[in-house]
Design a protein around this ligand. Structure first.
Ligand code: GDP
Length: 455
C-alpha cells in the first residue's frame, strides 16, 4: 500500500497545523523533510516519541516544528505514522504538505487513514463510523454515545451474536451434511434457545435505536394534561415565544402542535396535545384520540396539572395512564402563583420527578430545565446501552432480526433443519455486514465517502 499524507487539522489560520503521513515509507519521507534537534535521527526514534526540529526542503528552511512517530502496528492506521506539527498558517501548512508529496507520498483520500485502520484490523466498521460521530458530536450526549461505540461496545455485542450463530451453523452443517458420521444431533430446544437469545439482543438494540435518535434529533415529548391546566402556556415558556393559542376556554388546543425546544444540552421535540378527557365534541374527540396515541408512542411525557384546583378524575386518569405506560415523565404542578388546592405529596406515588411552577413566569423555565437534566443526565440515561449510529447499522440489524424470527418460525412449524439453517445463515450475514466483517467494498466506500480528508 502506498504512503499517504494529508493535512489533518482544519485549513485555517491557527496556532499549529498537523500533517499526517501513514504507510511503509512514512519514516523515510519524514527523514527527508525533518531534521530533529533533540535526537540523532528520525530513523532512531521509537514509537510514541516526538522530537523538536526543522522542516526543510533541501537546504531551504520551511519552518520549525515537532515530529511525532508511531511505529506499526501501534498507530491509528496500524502502519508507521509520522505527524508533523508546524505553525498554523495556511501557506506554510500547504508547503509542508507539498514537501511530503514531493518526497514520495500520495495524497490521502477522504477517510483514508481510518479506512486503513479498518483494513489493518485496528477498528471495526461500526467503530470507524463512531470516529465520524465523535468529530461531528455537538453535545455531551452525542459525544458520550460516539465514545462508547468507538470503544467497541456495539461491535462486541453484535459479534457475540454473529459468532454464536456461525458456531451454530457449523454444527447444523456438519449434522445435515454427514448424517452417517454419527455426530450428536442438534438438539431442537437448544437451537430454539439460541435463536431466542439472539432475537432478544437484536430486539433490544433495535428498541434502543430510539435512544440514539433521542441524542441526535431530540427527545420526542408530549405535553399532556386536561384542558386549561396551562399546557400551551408551558409550551410557549419552553419555546420562548407564543406559538400555541392560549385562551381560557377549555379545549382550545385541538391540533397536535410540534416544535423543538432546547433546554441546556437537550433538545425536545414537543407536542402540545388536546387533553385526554372524555368529550362529546366530535372535533375535540379526534384530538383526544390522537393525544392517547401520542402518549403511547412518545419517549417522554410532561404531565401538567393546575394546582389551584383539586385533581379530578381526568387528572387521575392521566396520572394512571402514564404510570401504566412506564415512561420517563415529569409532573408539572402549574399555576403556583395561585392559591394551592392540592399538595405535592398527592403526586408522589406517580413519579418522583415533580416541579412546581407558574408557566406564566419566565424565570421558572430554569426549574424545568434542571428537572429534565436530572431525568436525562448521563447517569440516568443508560449510557451502557449501545445504540446504532445510523440507518445503515439499523437496517442490517432489522434484516438479522427478521431472518432470526423466520428461523424460529420454521423451527416451530417443524420444517426441515435445512430451511432453518438458510435463515440463520442470512441473519449471520446481516450481522457480519453490520460490523463490517463481511461488508462489500461498496458499503465500505459509502461509509468513508462521508469522512473528511486527513481523518
Ligand atoms: P391548556 O388548555 O392546557 O393549553 O391551557 P392554556 O395554556 O391555554 O392556559 C389556560 C389558562 O390558564 C389561560 O388563561 C392561561 O393564561 C392560564 N394560565 C396558564 N398558566 C398559568 C399560571 O401559571 N398561572 C396562572 N395564574 N394562570 C395560568
Amino acid at each position: 500500500m502506498s504512503t499517504i499524507c494529508a493535512i489533518s487539522t482544519p485549513l485555517a489560520e491557527g496556532g499549529i497545523s498537523v500533517i499526517r503521513i501513514s504507510g511503509e515509507g512514512a519514516l523515510a519521507v519524514a527523514e527527508k523533510v525533518f531534521k530533529p534537534f533533540t535526537c540523532e535521527s528520525v530513523g532512531a526514534m521509537q514509537g510514541y516519541t516526538c522530537a523538536y526540529g526543522q522542516i526543510h526542503d533541501g537546504d531551504k528552511t520551511v519552518d520549525d516544528g515537532v515530529l511525532t512517530v508511531f511505529r506499526a502496528p501501534h498507530s491509528y492506521t496500524g502502519e508507521d505514522v509520522c505527524e508533523i506539527s508546524c505553525h498554523g498558517g495556511i501557506y506554510v501548512t500547504k508547503k509542508v504538505l507539498r514537501l511530503c508529496l514531493k518526497n514520495g507520498c500520495d495524497p490521502a483520500q477522504a477517510g483514508e487513514f481510518t479506512k486503513r485502520a479498518l483494513i489493518n484490523g485496528k477498528l471495526s466498521l461500526t467503530q470507524a463510523e463512531a470516529v465520524m460521530d465523535t468529530i461531528s458530536a455537538e453535545g455531551e450526549y452525542a459525544l458520550a454515545s460516539a465514545n462508547l461505540t468507538r470503544k467497541g461496545s456495539l461491535f462486541g455485542r453484535i459479534s457475540k451474536i454473529s459468532n454464536d450463530l456461525v458456531k451454530l451453523l457449523g454444527e447444523l452443517a456438519a449434522w445435515v451434511d454427514y448424517p452417517e458420521e454419527d455426530l450428536p444431533a442438534v438438539e431442537e430446544n437448544a437451537l430454539r434457545k439460541s435463536l431466542e437469545d439472539a432475537l432478544a439482543v437484536t430486539g433490544r438494540l433495535l428498541r434502543d435505536y430510539d435512544n440514539g435518535m433521542l441524542i441526535r434529533s431530540g427527545i420526542d415529548t408530549v405535553i399532556a394534561g386536561k384542558p386549561n391546566v396551562g399546557k400551551s402556556t408551558l409550551m410557549n415558556l419552553l419555546l420562548g415565544y407564543d406559538r400555541s393559542i392560549v385562551t381560557d376556554v377549555a379545549g382550545t388546543t385541538r391540533d397536535v402542535i410540534e416544535e423543538s425546544a432546547k433546554l441546556g444540552e437537550l433538545v425536545f421535540r414537543l407536542s402540545d396535545t388536546a387533553g385526554i378527557r372524555d368529550t362529546e365534541d366530535t372535533v375535540e374527540k379526534v384530538g383526544v384520540e390522537l393525544a392517547h396515541k401520542r402518549l403511547e408512542e412518545c419517549m417522554f411525557v410532561i404531565e401538567v396539572f393546575d394546582t389551584s384546583r383539586k385533581p379530578d378524575e381526568d387528572d387521575i386518569a392521566l396520572l394512571e395512564k402514564v404510570k401504566s405506560l412506564d415512561k420517563r415523565c415529569l409532573i408539572v404542578l402549574n399555576k403556583s402563583d395561585l392559591e394551592s388546592a392540592v399538595g405535592e405529596e398527592f403526586f408522589r406515588e406517580y413519579s418522583e420527578n415533580i416541579v412546581c411552577i407558574s408557566a406564566k413566569n419566565q424565570d421558572d423555565r430554569m426549574m424545568i430545565q434542571e428537572a429534565v437534566e436530572k431525568i436525562f443526565s448521563p447517569e440516568n440515561y443508560d449510557a451502557s446501552s449501545t445504540i446504532f449510529a445510523n440507518e445503515r447499522q439499523k437496517h442490517c440489524a432489522e434484516k438479522a432480526h427478521e431472518h432470526l424470527n423466520a428461523a424460529l418460525d420454521s423451527l416451530n412449524m417443524g420444517e426441515t433443519l435445512d430451511a432453518v439453517t438458510v435463515m440463520i445463515d442470512y441473519a449471520a450475514n446481516a450481522l457480519l455486514e453490520l460490523t463490517g466483517e463481511k461488508a462489500t467494498e461498496a458499503v465500505v466506500s459509502e461509509v468513508f465517502s462521508k469522512f473528511c480528508v486527513g481523518k
